[in-house]
Write a protein that binds this ligand. Structure first.
Ligand SMILES: [Zn+2]
Length: 485
């Protein structure tokens, strides 16, 4: 089966594409991405070959082994007029709570939430119960996810055994089992000597180290950003320096070890300054930011009456920090947007702010929030796609993030005008903990394809139809229009 996605705006920064264009998919892979293809569907059905795309064959090049297939046979057409056609979005940082906390999220619900948010792949963190610190668990989770999740799930393995911060995990075995990176996310690796061994071991195995940068003695007891708002409210605070001193340490240690370092959820202005310094110095460092740190600050925590849905780690920082993050995504310092999707059960949040669990969900709101508030300024549509697709793929060494011919047919269809309201009770995720409930957004994924298969379609979203039916519909539409005139 081949699918011809026609008439959309093709945005793929990996190939410098942004304009009217068509996409042709066959055998689960992209076979054509470029200017609109001539030839009406009726002509295609009559057996004439699709120029360019037809010449590429069906399945043979992608390893399907089905042999040549005339363009007209089994051709489906998806009308993408008014939509953006972009490489499938990739979230490099989610918590799927499997194994051990499946009352908070499962591979099926997390996968469905990802697909509904326009994501075709996610990387899940190892702070599960038990943690993903050995090869058997990594392999088990990857296999289970392939069977149960609608999107691709890549596994980030633990950096230290038991996430205890003492003993490096067995990196070569973890990589052989399918891990794409290592991290003790949620728990900082406090001891510099251990961190050196983590970086050296991961570098030898060819895995990036993803760091949750937090100096635990400086952040101890903190429920929110240590600033004027926390001081006025008498809330225990965690300072920006708790993040920054660890980023500074890890940049130096990564340079010494020759390791690839990725800074998770940067929240402070000074962190971005340090990353700029590291990049200028040639240290292989990348950095991600979350939608909530880009759109909210500590003043919003107070305005929300210290509701636990505004509590996450790292915390929402000052207005100045937020502005610095926006500058850093616009100027190219930031490599990726990540949601840090962290579903919790209601009872983990149904308590006073200082005692509530850290974390917010993000898979189903990230795209709409950024489209509404950051596009086209300060981010062009192409820059947004880079931050949400090509960037994460590059950081984790994943095959997606591009619409290049030969790439997996992971595609997100976005209606940039679609208005909608964030209603947590309608989330596919089991988590309802979001500070964005009730927000009206403009722009949303209306279709998500993984390996050429549609895994999500919003109500009223585009439906692939056999080429002949499209032609018939178009003909009927023309007649109706003629009748009205
Ligand atoms: Zn974290």
């Amino acid at each position: 089966m081949r699918l011809w996605i026609r008439g959309g705006r093709l945005i793929d920064p990996s190939q410098g594409l942004d304009g009217p264009g068509d996409l042709v998919i066959a055998g689960g892979r992209i076979v054509y991405a470029g200017p609109p293809l001539p030839g009406a569907p009726a002509a295609a059905q009559a057996g004439s070959r699709l120029p360019d795309a037809g010449a590429l064959g069906d399945g043979a090049a992608a390893g399907g082994g089905t042999g040549p297939n005339p363009a007209g046979a089994g051709l489906q057409v998806l009308d993408a007029r008014g939509l953006w056609v972009v490489p499938g979005l990739i979230d490099p940082h989610v918590h799927l709570r499997t194994p051990g906390e499946t009352h908070k999220e499962t591979l099926a619900t997390g996968g469905a939430a990802a697909a509904a948010g326009g994501f075709t792949a996610v990387a899940c963190m190892p702070n599960t119960r038990p943690p993903l610190d050995d090869a058997i668990r990594v392999e088990w989770l990857a296999m289970k996810a392939a069977a149960e999740a609608a999107v691709r799930v890549y596994v980030v393995a633990a950096a230290t055994r038991g996430l205890a911060g003492d003993e490096p995990a067995p990196y070569a075995a973890l990589k052989a089992a399918g891990a794409v990176a290592v991290s003790d996310d949620g728990r900082p690796i406090a001891r510099a000597g251990v961190m050196v061994r983590v970086l050296e071991g991961a570098a030898a195995a060819g895995l990036p180290v993803l760091v949750h940068a937090e100096e635990p003695e400086l952040s101890a007891g903190g429920a929110m950003h240590a600033g004027a708002v926390a001081a006025a409210a008498g809330m225990p605070g965690s300072p920006a320096t708790a993040e920054a001193v660890m980023v500074a340490r890890d940049l130096l240690l990564a340079e010494q070890a020759g390791a690839r370092l990725h800074v998770l959820h940067a929240s402070a202005a000074v962190t971005l300054d340090l990353v700029r310094w590291g990049k200028a110095r040639g240290i292989p460092v990348t950095v991600e930011v979350t939608p909530h740190h880009l759109l909210l600050c500590d003043e919003d925590v107070a305005a929300a009456g210290f509701h636990p849905h505004w509590k996450m780690n790292p915390p929402l920082r000052s207005r100045r920090d937020r502005e610095a993050l926006l500058e850093a995504v616009a100027d190219g310092t930031v490599d990726a947007v990540a949601t840090d999707h962290a579903p919790h059960h209601g009872m983990d949040k149904d308590c006073p702010f200082p005692e509530a669990a850290f974390g917010v969900v993000g898979l189903e709101t990230a795209l709409g929030l950024l489209l509404t508030h950051l596009v086209p300024r300060p981010l062009s549509p192409a820059r947004l796609v880079e931050l949400m697709a090509a960037g994460p793929a590059r950081i984790l060494g994943l095959p997606g993030g591009t619409l290049r011919p030969g790439a997996p047919a992971d595609v997100t269809l976005i209606d940039p005008q679609r208005r909608w309201v964030v209603e947590p009770e309608r989330f596919a995720s089991l988590g309802r903990n979001t500070p964005f409930a009730g927000w009206t957004l403009r722009g949303r994924a209306v279709g998500t394809l993984v390996g050429g298969r549609m895994v999500f379609r919003l109500d009223g979203g585009p439906v692939p139809v056999p080429a002949g039916e499209t032609a018939a519909q178009e003909a009927a539409g023309t007649q109706e229009t003629a009748g009205i005139v």
